[in-house]
Design a protein around this ligand. Structure first.
Ligand code: COA
Length: 294
């Protein structure tokens, strides 16, 4: 990953009025950074990082490099204090992600298959689920296999009305390996997960809404705006408290943790923090809270 060069930033630019305007422009640009990757597009604007998987000719299938870049982008978003919410979507109108890149693993042996699932879960899917920054999946078409698995690792899912979702891996002689057997059961229930996985079938977005797999369905032309609108609601809140809420909710799905105990700890840890003081003071002073630190 590299940041695009901004050629006019020179050391003498502060010496004159033009330099002053250049610095103002630079500050404005820092809120709209574009980062260069090969397989994804990534921009930061208005407190949102928007990540777009950019392999439309392959229906945005995620190969190893794309998974690596996605992991780097999500981490960079979490570490950037100007990023309050991350939105992930696919390029074009046909696919969010049509799955892991089948051509890349078709010849793998058992060990390579195991490594593929383990490294993918660690470097992307678990990373996203446990990110302290809220992540919204804007599902703009096919979300199959690894695509649905990535959407399910996100904290909130919005689907366009043309989207199709499924875990078709058994039709390829394999099973979902990026957390799909677990997260689909958590979101849609064991019975629906079994049906979807064993039939390798796809749900329409309306069906996905009914079973709780997605939070909202909108027309495709309104998808990104709908995701930004949810992001705007999140951005009003304390980033520290949202991170604690994400950890607490996730703890309930981690068999080595007691979600209720984690909630008690996280609740206690909020007290006395800058954001707690700001949030409670703002309420009592009848003003909007201003949570500018992350
Ligand atoms: N891995 C690798 N390439 C993929 C892919 C995947 N998961 N999904 C789609 N592609 C590629 C196709 O091979 C094709 O490439 P080509 O033009 O070089 O041959 C291109 O994307 C377009 O796909 P195509 O199948 O022609 O589009 P379609 O509209 O006829 O069908 C799907 C769309 C999504 C139904 C179909 O592509 C599909 O079934 N994809 C695989 C889904 C899957 O099993 N995912 C789980 C993987 S574990």
């Amino acid at each position: 990953m590299k940041f695009r060069k901004i050629p006019f930033l020179t050391s003498d630019c502060v010496d004159n009025q033009r330099g002053f305007f250049k610095i103002v422009l630079l500050i404005l640009l820092s809120n709209f950074l574009i980062m260069d990757y090969l397989n994804i597009k990534c921009k930061i604007a208005d407190g949102n990082m928007e990540i777009t998987i950019n392999r439309p000719e392959k229906l945005n299938a995620i190969n190893k490099d794309t998974i690596l870049e996605l992991g780097q982008a999500f981490k960079a978003g979490e570490e950037n204090s100007s990023v309050k919410v991350i939105i992930v979507t696919g390029e074009g109108e046909k696919a969010f992600i049509a799955g892991a890149d089948i051509s890349e693993f078709a010849h793998f042996n058992k060990d390579q298959g195991r490594d593929l699932a383990a490294s993918g879960q660690k470097n992307l899917f678990d990373l996203v689920e446990n990110l302290k920054t809220p992540v919204i999946a804007a599902i703009n078409g096919f979300a199959l296999g690894g695509g649905l698995e990535l959407a399910m690792a996100c904290h909130v899912r919005i689907a366009s009305d043309n989207a199709k979702m499924g875990l078709p891996e058994v039709s390829l002689g394999v099973i979902p390996g990026y957390g799909g057997t677990q997260r689909l059961s958590q979101l849609a229930g064991k019975g629906k997960a079994m049906e979807m996985i064993l039939t390798a079938g796809m749900l329409s977005s309306e069906e996905a809404l009914k079973v709780g797999l997605v939070n909202q369905v909108v027309e495709q032309k309104n998808l990104i705006e709908a995701a930004r609108s949810i992001a705007n609601k999140m951005k009003r809140n304390s980033p520290m408290a949202m991170a604690a809420a994400i950890r607490s909710v996730n703890a309930g799905y981690n068999s080595s943790l007691n979600g209720f105990s984690v909630e008690i700890e996280e609740f206690g840890n909020c007290f006395g923090s800058d954001e707690f003081i700001e949030g409670t003071s703002a309420f009592m002073e009848k003003r909007k809270a201003n949570f500018d630190a992350k």
